[in-house]
Design a protein around this ligand. Structure first.
Ligand code: ZN
Length: 165
């Protein structure tokens, strides 16, 4: 296994829309285990393939307290939503920035697991936030896109400054 480099906002590659996965190969299985290692090392609770510059619809999440309940979401899709809620979010691609974002409160999503089996799961709270945040990554979207233009500009400046240091 290996840790992978995470793209940092405002890197243009974070804006690419990921394509659907049609086959679970050994290569993709290895990618998923590297993604999990990278996520745990960061440490984070979710990572989309887009963030490591692989533009395929693959996400890993683990919102458990001990970090021992990994979930793999291949070709994830939200199939039902209910209610709205605001939570504070952060992102491994925007280190050190935390802002309130409003999203769907309860969701039901469909995905394929690492063995190629389709499944559906209901989520609320942190898991619901995390799944929506990661699916956004696959569509080239970032949580700062939900903030005001002024705030977003400030964050961009901060990230670019950070890069130079
Ligand atoms: Zn993120």
């Amino acid at each position: 296994m290996a840790e992978l480099d995470i793209l940092i906002f405002p890197d243009d590659r974070l804006r690419r829309v990921a394509s659907k996965v049609d086959d679970i190969t050994d290569e993709r299985r290895a990618l998923v285990s590297n993604m999990l290692e990278t996520m745990y090392a960061a440490p984070g609770i979710g990572l989309a393939a887009t963030q490591i510059n692989v533009h395929e619809r693959i996400v890993v999440v683990d919102v458990s307290e001990k970090g021992n309940e990994p979930l793999v979401l291949i070709n994830p899709e939200i199939v039902a939503v209910e209610g709205r809620a605001r939570h504070e979010e952060g992102c491994l691609s925007i280190p050190g920035v935390y802002e309130q974002v409003e999203r769907d409160e309860h969701i039901k999503f469909a995905a394929i697991d690492i063995d190629g089996n389709p499944y559906e799961m209901e989520a609320e709270g942190l898991l619901a936030v995390c799944v929506q945040h990661e699916i956004d990554h696959l569509d080239g979207k970032l949580f700062v896109d939900y903030l005001s233009a002024l705030k977003k500009r400030r964050i961009k400046k901060k990230m670019l400054k950070h890069e130079k240091e």
